[in-house]
Design a protein around this ligand. Structure first.
Ligand code: PDD
Length: 284
């Protein structure tokens, strides 16, 4: 079955969906994106993703071609048309097509593309039982990581470095402190305290992060939002990541050294369970 995708107002079979070679997303990575997960055929934290999308667009003075209601409708229609029970919806908006020029074009027509990916069983992902291995690499991305742009080449290189080292992902490090994973936010646990980097321009403001920290505080866990070092991570009791596609996922090894017992930790498992339970209830 060919997928139905959404391009600039039309629902089309994926092999008929086209974007201009002059699109600034293609030429300049002049575009932003969101990934919203789907559980039980429903969208997880759609409002959070819509809000961050608007913020990314505003930071780049880029027009939003759709209202939030229209966006929700498009997401739902694609989930329905493609029969997605578990998976995700990818959304990208670029500044649109224009003759190549570094300056932003005047009154461009934005390009908007959405497609789905079916990922059966994300809640039962085996990595949640075994835990992920990460390596530490230098964070060589640009300085506005809070804007969710499509310039993902360095994270992509980081993922390949991790694979080459026999690991699942890379945690990026700047001035000795962990920023985040290649496509997720990073956390360590020491005793009853969860530590994750504070919000700023150095990391993406994860939608999953916001929900997980809220649930952690509600469960009387202590949360410290501050930078942590690689040495602290290696000496932690537990570590984990969060993202829309992985939810809460344990990290059990860094640079070949076990973290804590070397198995997924109790706090991580509890947060994953609370997150999945609560978000399924609130899904739209
Ligand atoms: N990535 N940090 C980075 C660099 C990310 O790319 C992501 C998400 C996150 C987590 O954000 P959220 O909880 O809102 O998904 C943090 C998505 C899933 C991706 O690129 O596929």
């Amino acid at each position: 079955m060919t997928r139905t995708v959404y391009v600039n107002g039309e629902y089309l079979p994926e092999d008929q969906a086209k974007v201009s070679v002059f699109d600034r997303g293609f030429l300049f990575a002049d575009g932003v994106y969101e990934v919203t997960s789907v559980l039980g055929g429903k969208l997880i934290d759609f409002a959070g993703h819509a809000k961050r999308l608007q913020r990314s667009l505003d930071e780049l003075q880029m027009a939003n071609p759709v209202t939030e209601d229209e966006l929700l409708e498009i997401h739902r229609e694609l989930v329905r048309a493609n029969g997605i029970e578990e998976g995700l919806v990818y959304l990208q908006i670029t500044r649109g097509a224009a003759d190549r020029d570094f300056a932003y074009p005047k009154d461009p027509v934005p390009t908007i593309v959405l497609f789905t990916q079916s990922k059966p069983g994300p809640a039962e992902n085996p990595l949640a039982r075994t835990g992920m291995k990460v390596i530490s690499i230098e964070d060589q991305r640009w300085g506005r990581r809070d804007i969710k742009t499509v310039q993902l080449l360095y994270p992509s290189m980081g993922k390949m470095m991790a694979k080459a080292a026999g690991a699942d992902d890379a945690w990026m490090v700047e001035d000795g402190h962990v920023t985040e994973g290649t496509s997720n936010n990073a956390y360590i646990v020491k005793g009853n305290t969860i530590v994750t980097r504070h919000l700023g321009t150095e990391i993406l403001h994860g939608i999953t992060r916001a929900a997980v920290l809220r649930f952690a505080r509600e469960a009387q866990m202590v949360v410290e939002e501050r930078p942590f070092t690689v040495a602290e991570a290696k000496a932690a009791d537990e570590a984990f990541i969060t993202s829309a596609s992985a939810f809460v996922m344990p990290v059990v090894e860094m640079d070949g050294q076990p973290i804590g017992s070397g198995a997924p930790g109790r706090v991580t498992a509890r947060l994953r369970e609370i997150y999945l339970d609560e978000m399924r209830k609130a899904a739209v």
